[in-house]
Design a protein around this ligand. Sequence first.
Ligand code: NAP
Ligand code: F7E
Length: 340
Amino acid sequence: MKTALITGITGQDGSYLAELLLEKGYNVYGIMRRKSVVDYGNVEHIKEKINFIYADMTDPISLINAMKISQADEVYNLAAQSFVATSWEQPLATADIDGIGVTNILEAIRIVKPTARFYQASTSEMFGLVQEMPQTENTPFYPRSPYGVAKVYGHWITKNYRESYNMYACSGILFNHESERRGKEFVTRKITNAVARIKFGLQDCLELGNMDSKRDWGHSQDYVQAMWLMLQQENPDDYVIATNETRTVREFVEKAFYYADIEIEWSGTGIDEVGIDKGTGKTVVKVNPKFFRPAEVEVLLGNPQKAETVLGWRRQIDFNNLVKRMAENDLGLIKNSLNK
Ligand code: NAP
Ligand code: F7E
């Protein structure tokens, strides 16, 4: 039986990865932060099957302890302050957790069990102001947020430990991936949650920032498969995981309303743009400049060819299916909450 240690196990990806590894027969350890109210987040439903260790990415001793207790064969570093907008409000905490935190866990592995295999959650946000289309493993980085900058450090320190100590350390450069478990502050879940609330009369309007922004969106369940595959190869390497398709936030909005049987008609431009429910004539989408970012990543489009060829990875859930799953999930949750 193999043993895995997952940081960020209570998050979106951590929960799907834990399910995947449990299905494969792994003994799963997860690190958890101490909170005033105990909260297992997205792994509440499988908490009995997981061995939890209290630790924090900013506390190296706690990570050494986690390695000593788990003696993990595979370590998946998914913990992060992952919300780009917050990284301008908490740039130092973001750097500590998402940047230095990677060195902390790599050192814990090097000291306790250097043969353990390591996965780092790198991100398409490192491409930021994109230098070529589509982006590949060789595209130069140009991060546009404190989050992106911290992640570039995490990416390079992972490569450096691979080259310095011959450790099996990989980075997955994952493009945006979403799910029914996505936090409600991220744009996709914000949209599907608002669509459901508008459908059931709990909210009048959805306020968004830059609707021209384009993202390459996949489903988290597909992307955690790629993480596992990266640690099963003969040699460690870095891979782009993406769908090779890009859509605007506006397209996501239209599609989400479509799955709630609402057709959207757009009117106006810039901050005056609105989305109108064709059936009722009501304005259900507005722009609020408070959601604009100090520096924006306007477009992302990833080429997953290397992962498809070397890892045999294929995404199963396409854009329509992703939006449908998220919209139907939120419609169901809101409906159930009203029936209680
Ligand atoms: P998420 O849902 O926000 O989960 C983040 C996890 O990190 C949570 O379990 C959180 O614990 C934990 N965490 C935060 N600060 C910590 C700290 N100081 N010490 C220990 N744990 C800490 O993020 P996700 O979407 O699953 O993403 C997983 C990873 O992939 C992240 O590193 C993210 O930056 C990266 N990534 C995500 C995407 C994407 O589109 N989802 C794309 C590329 C890369 P709490 O429950 O205690 O808050
Ligand atoms: O924004 C625009 C916003 O917050 C997507 C994280 O998982 O993926 C995620 O980062 C786009 C941006 O995700 C609103 O300006 C418009 O252009 O859902 P998001 P993100 O910033 O792309 C990467 C790959 C990660 O690594 C990160 O951890 O949507 N947008 N209006 C909005 N975004 C939000 N959140 N809210 C709005 O109202």
